[in-house]
Design a protein around this ligand. Structure first.
Ligand code: HQG
Length: 180
């Protein structure tokens, strides 16, 4: 991916997940931004962004981070928000095990408190160990935890599945985590 697209992707993640107000933009309840408004607000802050570049970011995103609505007027992040948005995801039955990638330095704290969502809306889990390793590596020496998702579901804890394949849940109590 070119540096230009990567920078634009990071900018869109920042605006659509965490701080639309930095360019004076408002998202609706479900996290959608009007594309024209997003572009003009970004340009007004001196940010180089065009519809063409935005569409290129969306189509080349390795993790399909963004979605565009049916008539091409709005964009939102598929997951990863720290601001409250209603993604309107229905609870789903998870696979028996899911994985969470973290860094070894967080282990003691996770053993004590379980997995907490921190500033984000949900704890992020994946069905693949490889993805969890990549996610953990962002934070340091990776540690992959196995989560007893089926058991959590059986105990009445809700799971959601984002449009781009990330499993989401509000927290994971220690008793459902396997450290190995
Ligand atoms: C850790 C990326 C101490 C948690 C990825 C993680 C993901 C605790 C960090 C998405 C803890 C939060 C999200 C506890 C959790 N004590 N540390 N009790 N509970 N943690 O970035 O899951 O590329 O907010 O293990 O692919 O790393 O941006 O979450 O290490 O899907 O699209 O606190 O971001 O996607 O870090 O990553 P983050 P995450 P994008």
């Amino acid at each position: 991916m070119s540096k230009h697209i990567e920078q634009a992707s990071k900018f869109l993640s920042l605006i659509l997940r965490h701080s639309p107000e930095t360019i004076g933009l408002r998202l609706d309840n479900e996290g959608w931004a009007d594309i024209e408004e997003l572009i003009s607000s970004a340009n007004a802050k001196g940010r180089d962004l065009s519809r063409e570049l935005l569409l290129e970011v969306v189509s080349t995103s390795d993790k399909q981070r963004f979605a565009i609505n049916d008539n091409g007027t709005k964009i939102r992040a598929n997951q990863g928000h720290s601001i409250p948005v209603e993604l309107k995801l229905d609870p789903q039955v998870p696979p028996s095990h899911l994985f969470h990638g973290t860094a070894t330095r967080f282990e003691a704290s996770i053993r004590k408190d379980g997995l907490l969502r921190g500033s984000r809306q949900y704890v992020h889990l994946s069905s693949s160990i490889e993805v969890a390793v990549t996610v953990g590596t962002r934070h340091g020496k990776p540690l992959v935890l196995s989560v007893l998702a089926e058991q959590m579901h059986h105990d009445g804890i809700a799971f959601y599945f984002s449009e781009n394949g990330v499993w989401l849940t509000e927290s994971v109590p220690v008793k459902y985590i396997k450290f190995e």
